[in-house]
Design a binder for this molecule. Sequence first.
Ligand code: ADP
Length: 331
Amino acid sequence: MDPDADALERSAEAALRPGTLDEFVGQRVVRDQLDLVLKAASARGATADHVLLSGPPGLGKTTLAMIVAHEMGATLRVSSGPAIQHAGDLAAILSSLDEGDVLFLDEIHRLARPAEEMLYLAMEDFRVDVVVGKGAGATSIPLSLPPFTVVGATTRAGLLPAPLRDRFGFTAHLDFYEPHELRAILERSAGKLGLALDGDAAAEISGRSRGTPRIANRLLRRVRDWAQVHGSGRADLAAARQALTVYEVDERGLDRLDRAVLGALCTRFGGGPVGLSTLAVSVGEESETVETVAEPFLVREGLMSRSPRGRVATADAWVHLGLQPPADALA
Ligand code: ADP
């Protein structure tokens, strides 16, 4: 996506973000647990425990971080693993925190090792060692920090080193949403957009959103575009179907990347097993993107499975692509 389009998408997305835990749809268990963590901390007049959220992109990790700050009446500070190149970058952020601030660290699994180690200490002891000078004359000056809350988000919890994972008092994994939850999200979003959305159109979009609120909201905006340009302005079933066809979302919600991965798995590798990196190269994507974006959904849909020897297409995958499954395809 070009940078302008990307910025536009982000601001459209921000306008649809729920602002409180009550408005946050689905993920009931996580919501109830987080509610308790925050209420207990408020009752004690303390800052909340550090929170680690994991799960595929677009399921609400950033939204929950914002909600934590909002519910605690705290200021949210935002950064990410890739944005922190050196431990010094993290030291600068940490030493500017005020008491009670919520520091959201997206893609925390991508923090460089020295920054990661600095973060352990800061999370546990609210202390950071600032190194002054270089070489033999360098000295480390301990600086104490006011209590604050880290909300870490990751698409790959398994990659976090145990010492970092252990510093989080509350960890939660976000799962794909059920169609009825996505429908509720779509109805709320349509209300915010001032868009008339028919029930069957909402059902159609929610069934094709890969269990992901971000995708549901994005498709809703595309349906709105279609309805404005070609239809009556109302998001009805016809507008939903036409827009989804234009944007190459198939009837099970697979997008272009999902189909490319599945297609390569079946046609180039005979259904597998094939290693993740080989599969990723064959579709021209980073392994991490295939692993965190396409794969969780394909596995959940029963189209792909993981075996110790690599990724394998199920019989259903062949059928979905309109291909004849080999006799030994996984049922
Ligand atoms: P992540 O950080 O996990 O990639 P985000 O928190 O940015 O995902 O969520 C993407 C978009 O999806 C948000 O803008 C928000 O509008 C919507 N969204 C996510 N989760 C929910 C939810 N539970 N209820 C309503 N909207 C949600």
